[in-house]
Design a protein around this ligand. Structure first.
Ligand SMILES: Cc1ncc(COP(=O)(O)O)c(C=O)c1O
Length: 425
């Protein structure tokens, strides 16, 4: 039972469908694309569904988490806490305490204050946290993609700040064991991506010498691309492996023996093309010369961040029933709107869907990454779509996320109140 109409009649519409075979293929392709030996982290921010995370874990992919929710999902998927990388800006004492208590020992730190807070959490449990310093370095010029660092940023240490205050790197409860880069994301331009990763390798070698860091782990991040909500294929990076191995040989000759361990991170490349969103047309209407098809899924279920002008622009390109329009039916391009009471709830404009009718089932491809998880799930209170993972003709997992309001007693949130003495650092 895996045709779209069968799945929708079993689990309802709208519905996210993830394909395990595609997840395995993406992991295989990424491993092929990067120099070996190396480690790959899956960034749960792209899609924290535990069944997808478990699929990747079985394929030898590690996990990078940035919150208590992602930590819980990674643990549920069977990752040992001691193998996780916990990263992200603004980590608060309570989540660090929970992470260390769960057994997490590797953190990416974004500032001296972050390092001190990680150290305080580790020391409180008589533990030592292995920290990689996230670096905000100038990237390679002219690289295409969505840039994360390179200018003023909440992410990472500026190089001169790090050099000037390097003595602040000695913090009880921590060991600085490496460096972390993630300068850009979604780069389909292979030459640009190679230039960016190579630049990070050179910066890492320079910093290791300048700061005297014992480089055990070099996380080069990623930037591996995948189409989003439109038809298309993941790029295949054919030259990156060799080109980057050469740069590593030149700058960090011990890397082939794991000194340092070289790591990459990816969210969208690993799961983006595994997912499709099935949605039903609930209404079709003309309006002042345009045709609107209203769907049962909007920016509350897909790409809410892009609906707000953040992330990638959303130009959903669904596939639907191809038919010749009957007399009187719209044959012109259609605007796809969601069910929310905001003009921002548009999934696509000028889509060619001749003869689209109420009741039609549309499929938006390539939304396994930054689909439901990057959406405005709470906005207007519609139910979340179900999510199913299929493997061949088997449904491996079927779940529905739910937001719940529950009553609190005074003091229930005390652990989350920020301690001003640590926040001021
Ligand atoms: C530190 C870090 N790691 C991983 C990712 C995942 O990026 P992508 O899904 O494009 O691979 C991001 C994206 O913003 C990031 O900032």
């Amino acid at each position: 039972m895996t045709t779209d109409p069968e799945l929708v009649s079993a689990y309802g519409s709208p519905l996210y469908v993830y394909d395990a075979a595609r997840v395995r293929a993406a992991a295989r392709d990424l491993r092929e694309a990067v120099p070996q030996p190396s480690r790959i982290y899956y960034s749960l921010k792209a899609n924290p569904h535990p069944a997808l995370v478990a699929e990747l874990r079985r394929g030898g992919v590690h996990a990078e988490v940035t919150s208590r929710g992602e930590l819980a999902a990674a643990l549920e998927a069977g990752h040992p806490a001691g193998e996780l990388l916990y990263s992200g800006p603004g980590k608060v004492a309570a989540e660090l305490d929970e992470a260390v208590r769960a057994g997490v020992r590797a953190f990416s730190v974004e500032s001296f204050g972050d390092l001190e807070r990680v150290g305080a959490a580790a020391a409180a449990h008589d533990a030592v946290a292995d920290c990689v310093l996230r670096i905000n370095a100038a990237g390679a010029p002219g690289t295409a993609g969505l840039r994360m660092t390179g200018g003023p940023s909440q992410f990472g240490f500026d190089l001169d700040w790090l050099a000037k205050e390097a003595d602040r790197l000695r913090v009880a409860g921590t060991r600085v064991v490496g460096l972390h880069f993630f300068p850009l994301t979604n780069s389909a331009d292979e030459d640009g991506l190679i230039a960016e990763l190579a630049q990070s390798v050179r910066t890492a070698a320079h910093l290791r010498d300048r700061l005297g860091i014992e480089l055990e782990l070099l996380d080069l991040g990623g930037g591996f691309a995948c189409p989003y909500a439109t038809a298309g294929e993941r790029p295949v990076y054919r030259r990156l492996r060799e080109a980057l191995a050469e740069v590593l040989d030149e700058n960090l000759p011990g890397w082939r023996e794991g000194r340092p361990v070289v790591a990459f991170e990816s969210g969208r490349y690993l799961v983006g093309d595994s997912g499709r969103l099935l949605s039903t047309v609930t209404d079709v209407k003309p309006s002042r010369g345009s045709t609107y098809a209203v769907l049962d899924a909007g920016i509350n279920h897909l790409g809410g961040l892009s609906g707000l002008g953040r992330l990638l622009p959303l130009r959903a390109q669904p596939t639907g029933p191809a038919r010749t329009p009957a007399a009187g039916e719209p044959a012109e391009p259609v605007t796809l709107a969601g069910p929310l009471c905001t003009p921002a709830d548009i999934l696509a404009r000028a889509v060619e869907l001749p003869g689209v009718r109420s009741g039609d089932l549309l499929a938006v491809p390539n939304v396994g990454a930054y689909g439901l998880t990057a959406s405005l799930l709470g906005f207007l209170g519609h139910r979340a779509p179900a999510e199913v993972l299929v493997d061949g003709d088997r449904v491996v997992s079927a779940t529905r996320l739910a937001l719940q309001r529950r009553a609190l007693e005074p003091g229930d949130g005390a652990a989350d109140a920020t301690d001003p003495s640590t926040a001021r650092r």
